[in-house]
Design a protein around this ligand. Structure first.
Ligand SMILES: [Zn+2]
Length: 340
């Protein structure tokens, strides 16, 4: 790729993601392993070496949420950690240990097994993670989300940017948005009999393909999703149906989970099968590698978007923030304030 001014690569047209061979299901996870994937599991010396080779970090943003009798409440979190692990093994980027607690829409309130974090605290936690990892040297961050909180996360990114005004790249990737065509129904040429909602045929299939050891299909049950309005107005999970009203853009057009679906799944989880999800997961992981690679080609290790184009801070202030941590003249990001 051609280099533009200041070593930042010039923009080229997007190409299709390269195909990789992924292992599904993976043989276990890495959250307690010393295999160099997770930031918290490495020594500081190892982290310093990593930063010289690859300064991208994936922040898996999960939740603790009821997903039915057949599934673990950590489902949304394991989905994103297992995805991130496969991508980090191929690309050499780093993963942060996940955020286990998230923000939930109103209709999940009251479900046993669901831990709701108020939106302001959740945003504060996201901004704290972004600031801490920026300060450690990971200034290209992919917030990989696996839960219905995609309407909250961008607020944290924009509040962080408005407050700190420092160069960096902060991307919120919701896995279901990266591979929208993977959720088609059988009569549309897809693999599923029902549309993606929650803990259902689709989400359970993806979980079976990524962490079957935490699932028990003997316990799976079905429920019948319903709304008060005629079909066609309100979208379903991920807004994958392109309907006029986003799934999170309303309250009152359907019953809450605790009254209509106390089982914890909304849809037919008994129809789930790992094979239905594998092609979609392959496409997603291929895309994530492409996102990583394009990010690193555009901003090679140590390079960031031009500060004079993306923020209003004086150059001298930016220069001291970007010095090697703890070196002479370095200032931490917290010298700019502590806003949370
Ligand atoms: Zn979920």
């Amino acid at each position: 790729m051609a280099k533009g001014k200041k070593g930042v690569a010039k923009k080229t047209a997007a190409s299709a993601p390269k195909k990789h061979k992924w292992q599904l299901p993976p043989s276990g996870g890495s959250m307690e392993s010393a295999d160099g994937l997770y930031f918290q599991n490495m020594t500081w010396r190892q982290i310093e070496k990593r930063l010289k080779k690859n300064d991208i970090i994936i922040l898996p943003i999960g939740s603790t949420e009821a997903h039915g009798p057949h599934a673990c409440p950590g489902e949304d979190t394991f989905l994103v950690t297992r995805m991130a692990e496969q991508v980090a093994r191929v690309t050499g980027c780093t993963i942060a240990q996940p955020l286990w607690y998230g923000s939930h829409p109103y209709h999940h309130m009251g479900m046993p097994g669901t831990v709701l974090v108020p939106e302001d605290y959740f945003n504060g936690l996201l901004k704290s993670m972004m600031a801490g990892f920026w300060n450690a040297g990971f200034r290209k961050q992919i917030l990989l989300n696996g839960h219905g909180q995609e309407y909250v996360i961008p607020t944290a990114i924009h509040q962080f940017a408005k407050h700190f005004q420092v160069p960096g790249v902060f991307i919120n990737l919701n896995w279901y948005h990266a591979v929208r065509d993977s959720f088609k129904l059988k009569d549309q040429g897809g693999k599923y009999e029902t549309n993606f909602i929650h803990a259902d045929e689709v989400e359970t299939s993806w979980s079976l393909a990524l962490f079957p050891e935490f699932m028990d299909m003997k316990e799976a049950v079905d429920t019948k999703p319903r709304g008060y309005m005629p079909d066609g107005h309100i979208d379903k999970a991920g807004n994958l149906l392109n309907r006029p009203v986003a799934w999170y853009g309303q309250v009152g057009c359907g019953p809450v989970e605790i009254s209509a679906y106390p089982e914890g799944c909304v849809g037919k989880s008994t129809l789930a099968d790992a094979d239905k999800a594998k092609e979609g997961i392959n496409d997603l992981l291929d895309y994530m590698v492409k996102l990583h690679d394009d990010l690193l080609k555009t901003f090679p290790v140590g390079k960031l978007p031009p500060a004079n184009e993306i923020c209003e801070r004086p150059k001298a202030e930016i220069d001291s923030l970007l010095k090697k941590p703890l070196s002479k003249g370095w200032k931490s990001i917290y010298s700019l304030g502590y806003p949370f």
